[in-house]
Ligand binder design. Sequence first.
Ligand code: SAM
Length: 289
Amino acid sequence: MNSFLRCVAAVLALCAAAPALAQGAEEKDNIAGPYVPTPWVIVDEMLKLAGIRGEDVVYDLGSGDGRLVITAAKRFGARGVGVELQTELVELARIGAKHEGVADRVKFVQGDLFETDIKDASVVMLYLLPRFVTRLVPRLRAELRPGTRIVSHDYPLAPWPPDRELSMDVAEKEMISGTSWTRLYYYVVPARVQGVWELTLPRALADAPLVVQITQEPHATGGLIHHGNAELFLRDLTVRGEGVRFGLLYRSRLIAFEGTVNGKTMTGEARAGSVREPWTARYLGPLQR
Ligand SMILES: C[S@@+](CC[C@H](N)C(=O)[O-])C[C@H]1O[C@@H](n2cnc3c(N)ncnc32)[C@H](O)[C@@H]1O
């Protein structure tokens, strides 16, 4: 056995038990999972599902031996950051990065993933216990840039419905989770659209701007317009990354909107029959509850 493999074996033996031994950690309730490395075949599938590109910055929250980040750098030329509580695993990941020739592209930080700044990520990888991935949902949706991709191994980010799911049988998982059945969940962080917006339609479709109240929760997004005595609902309002689309039945015409959210403005094209015109929306402020 060469010195690298000896070091790996010693560290793994120590780390599998380490979370249970961490003094005082229980009170903090931040041990989001024991050290269980993602099998290599699943590493490949997670990177593929995330569609890693050279310009990506891949974060693994609870990075273990750093295999996801190191492989993303080695195979796709991405940059990456691993955040890991256990010092020995951080050290192991740094050795691994050097060994694989990607130490200049990746960084391993010893720290608590719940307290780490994640806003530079363009991809986030997770393999944590269910209640901890759920705990991360508000932060992921609030802090990550729209369009950031997330892949979670085995546990969904409930109540956020995934954009894609993938299942596969991996014999190695039998020893880890008692079943070979493995599921991967893929999410794209939506632009933040909750609040009051002024929607301006082309003259051909409306003569005055409309005020829209948008509510955005992980499981549903909705929009409401008070128009005279009537309430008009945005139909099938969908936000995916920076893209937005919805329908509106206005003065007996069904108008289909497609566009892009850019911070406090939205712009796009509205279609109604043969009419195709630009539309805009301007953020007015938070919802009044
Ligand atoms: C199931 S392992 C996954 C390792 C790696 N992501 C992989 O897929 O191979 C979970 C890792 O998260 C780490 N971890 C648990 N809670 C953490 C926290 N609050 N901050 C940083 N790392 C944490 C554990 O030490 C462990 O190495």
